[in-house]
Design a protein around this ligand. Sequence first.
Ligand SMILES: Nc1ncnc2c1ncn2[C@@H]1O[C@H](COP(=O)(O)OP(=O)(O)OP(=O)(O)O)[C@@H](O)[C@H]1O
Ligand SMILES: [Mg+2]
Length: 247
Amino acid sequence: MLETRSLTKSFGAIHVTRSVSLRLERGERRVILGPNGAGKTTLFNLLVGELAPDSGTVHLAGEDVTALPVARRARRGLSRSYQKNTLFDGLTVEENLALAAAVPTGHATRLWSDSLSRPEIRETVAEVAEQVRLVPYLHAKVSEVSYGVRRQLEVGVALATRPHVLLMDEPTSGVGPEMSKGFHDLLNDLPSDLTLLIIEHDMDLAFAVADTITVLNYGEVVFDGLPEAARGSKLLKDIYLGSWEDA
Ligand SMILES: Nc1ncnc2c1ncn2[C@@H]1O[C@H](COP(=O)(O)OP(=O)(O)OP(=O)(O)O)[C@@H](O)[C@H]1O
Ligand SMILES: [Mg+2]
């Protein structure tokens, strides 16, 4: 469903992505682990087209999309959520979802207040709000909801474009253990044919949701396999030092 072949990217002298080859099957849930600065977010930027690789290719549903801009990849069903807040703080939760839902319909360029009244958009908003547990917050302004709710909305906005492949960059960063647990349930409830690639620092959550695990270190894939094999790997323990022991 999503594949990279020998993807490589440098910023000046820093080799941030080193010949990364990955392959995700339809419906697969893969977690990307790796220390700070390992190149995880950069890999996402390359996958969605926010960055162009120096070499290598990205394939979506069998098609080489390396030369396609972000919007064209999005129209083919690739969506992402961000590590940092990208929401419209002055709008309500519902309006943020509606704007995202309007993107694939081509109506996003029109007045956003029109979007909300369109039946197909209302339907998407209602469905996504249910999926990401945001129904009680729909009419609240983003600036007024908690940090945890904003993280959920960040995922909701990505889901509202109706993706086939969803990339999530640290969806639980900065939230407490209780929300991490809630997030696990949320992920489990997503459609089983949705392909998920998740960057996650919370080991419990990572192992609970992953079908497969990829570990990046200094921009390189140093592990690619089943969670059980990842757990026992000395290489990974070394990379994560103490933090791995807590998992
Ligand atoms: N646009 C850029 N220009 C120059 N260097 C960059 C750029 N983007 C990322 N880098 C560098 O590339 C390296 C990898 O960054 P990246 O954000 O991909 O790491 P990460 O694995 O997502 O880290 P974290 O866990 O902290 O989010 C870092 O050294 C970073 O400083
Ligand atoms: Mg990152």
